[in-house]
Design a binder for this molecule. Structure first.
Ligand SMILES: Nc1ncnc2c1ncn2[C@@H]1O[C@H](COP(=O)(O)OP(=O)(O)OP(=O)(O)O)[C@@H](O)[C@H]1O
Length: 252
């Protein structure tokens, strides 16, 4: 089966010479949910920005469902950006229209989707995140948790093949955090979740990858990695005080 994501030999240095990625290989099967873990400065954001061609120019290759990310080719990049939906940490970076429904329609409308098809996509995406009754509301009047859900819907309306979630649980209260977990769990897409919230990774992602200093240093079952004390300490990863990995309900 063609992998949803295949990264081979990815290297990248910023213009100031800082090497942020130093040979990353990563393959995700369709439908997998994988957490991308690692300390501050590990290269997680740099990696994510390569998935839809925002960053490029180093060595190596990224393929989304068999299609290479070729930054010079505008048509290819448009298709790649449809296939890879990135939900950034701050929902306010993604919401800028007068109503929730218009924000959700924006992406597919930009791709030329119109009429009933567009309306169906908006309905479907809002239903998927439990925000249908807020469709005519002003995004900036919603709570933070609701805005994050709408940000997820704006990406789902593009019918992506991979959903990339950057710190999805940050700034959410416990109920909103749990509700978002239920939503993520219900989505029939490949998910790559960047997070410092290790219990969330354990709850949602059967597999985790640890990135440190631009290299993947571990890749395996989340429960196995999080209970390997030496591995965790060696890469500045810490479970919350008193947290027992065995106590987490696994949504997989
Ligand atoms: N625009 C930039 N110019 C130069 N160096 C950068 C730039 N952005 C990031 N870096 C450097 O690249 C390395 C990787 O940063 P990156 O933001 O990808 O890490 P991260 O794992 O996402 O960290 P965090 O958990 O703090 O979000 C770091 O050393 C960082 O200082």
């Amino acid at each position: 089966m063609t992998p949803a994501l295949r990264i081979t030999g990815l290297h990248f240095a910023y213009p100031d010479g800082r090497e942020a990625l130093r040979g990353v290989d990563l393959t995700l099967a369709p439908g997998e949910r994988v957490a991308l873990l690692g300390p501050n400065g590990a290269g997680k954001t740099t990696l994510v920005l390569h998935l839809n061609g925002i960053l490029h120019g180093g060595a190596g290759q990224v393929e989304i469902s068999g299609m290479p990310v070729t930054p010079g080719d505008r048509k290819a990049i448009t298709e790649i950006r449809r296939r890879v939906g990135v939900v950034f940490q701050d929902p306010d970076d993604q919401l800028f229209m007068p109503t929730v429904a218009e924000d959700v329609a924006f992406g597919p409308a930009n791709l030329g989707v119109r009429g009933d098809e567009l309306a169906a996509r908006v309905d479907e995406a809002l239903a998927a995140v439990g925000m249908s009754e807020h469709r005519d509301h002003v995004p900036h009047h919603l709570s933070f948790g609701q805005r994050r859900r709408v940000a997820v819907a704006t990406v789902l309306a593009m019918r992506p093949e991979i959903l990339v979630l950057d710190e999805p649980s940050s700034n959410l209260d416990p109920a909103s955090r749990r509700e978002l977990a239920e939503i993520i769990e219900s989505l029939p897409v490949t998910v790559l979740m960047v997070t410092h919230d290790l219990p969330y990774a354990l709850e949602l992602c059967p597999r985790s990858v640890i990135l440190d200093a631009g290299r993947i240093v571990a890749d395996g079952p989340t429960a196995t990695l999080l209970t390997d004390r030496e591995l965790m300490a060696g890469h500045r990863l810490e479970l919350p005080f008193g947290f027992d990995p065995a106590s987490v309900p696994h949504r997989h």
